[in-house]
Design a binder for this molecule. Sequence first.
Ligand SMILES: Nc1nc2c(ncn2[C@@H]2O[C@H](COP(=O)(O)OP(=O)(O)OP(=O)(O)O)[C@@H](O)[C@H]2O)c(=O)[nH]1
Ligand SMILES: [Mg+2]
Ligand SMILES: [Zn+2]
Length: 336
Amino acid sequence: MLPGSPLDLVLPDETFLARLARVDRSAYDVLTDTGHLRLPALPAPHDPLDAPTVGDWLAVTDDAVHAVLPRRTLLARGASSGTSTAQPLAANVDVVLICAALTGPPPVRRIERLLTLSWESGATPVVVLTKSDLCADPHAAIDTVLPHAPGADVIAVSATNGDLAALEIYLTEGTTLALLGTSGAGKSTLVNALAGASVMATGDIRDVDGKGRHTTSHRELIVLPNRAVIVDTPGLRGVALHAAAEEGLARAFAEVEELASACRFADCHHNGEPGCAIAASVEAGDITQERVDSWRKLQRELAFQARRGDARLRAEERQKWKAISKWQRNLYRGRP
Ligand SMILES: Nc1nc2c(ncn2[C@@H]2O[C@H](COP(=O)(O)OP(=O)(O)OP(=O)(O)O)[C@@H](O)[C@H]2O)c(=O)[nH]1
Ligand SMILES: [Mg+2]
Ligand SMILES: [Zn+2]
């Protein structure tokens, strides 16, 4: 049986269960009980979030995808430049491993952003500080990240030293994990170390020209020897929040949101109003101003994405009405 497969399923007649392991332009690579199967891709749906994505459970026949089964969780990024809708990254993920290399100070801003998207997905995020062999004091690095990751575990590992023990508790049979992080963070190296084989290509960091060329170019789902399932992804350089990530933001900044609810005014802008609990906490040294600023910046980004989404809806609405009036004109034209 495929690890982690949903139980109590009633599949359409003549179909069997498969899991989407890789999406190419016109074909899917799916995992079945008996191995890999190559199937033609479905036509693009109206909403890109509905497009089958790595990790999706499918009802298939030997030559076609019949249906995409309802998702338990969905990891998605916001619209990047040039697109106006959110894009799925992986479906049915239980644990998101947010990877950052310990080659410098931990990128807490990026970690906060990825925590927001991970919490929103319905999965449990874990911050994985990689390449601990290159860091004099990994424990200090963990302590730096902890205040930026309320409710999440923060661990340090090294694939080079084989020091991966802290990861083990997440790697249980049937659990689906997804790796997120910038190019060169060591995601594919982790996959290979866990697989005990070179299943993913890894690369030297060739970011000398600032273009951050990626080694991994596709999202790919791999079943590990212990039957945990892991999704490797290409490095994310910039990742936008999507408009619906409000709950994720509330969890990623749980302590700030809790303070906000204690402000004297319900609509406090935390901008010098009297009785502002956030200002008092910053004053007392309980939280940092940069953490509050980060929260507000991401809030503004959510609001911006929401307006963008509305604009797209309005444009679609206009198109629809245009089409209707054309149809009506033609209708009348046809009359004697
Ligand atoms: N010193 C050290 N180097 C590591 C470790 N893990 C990975 N690396 C090196 O970091 C480089 C990048 O590793 P990859 O695994 O290809 O990085 P990635 O996150 O998959 O990158 P993309 O596929 O581009 O997103 C390689 O040269 C690895 O050898 C580690 O634990 N310690
Ligand atoms: Mg890679
Ligand atoms: Zn306030």
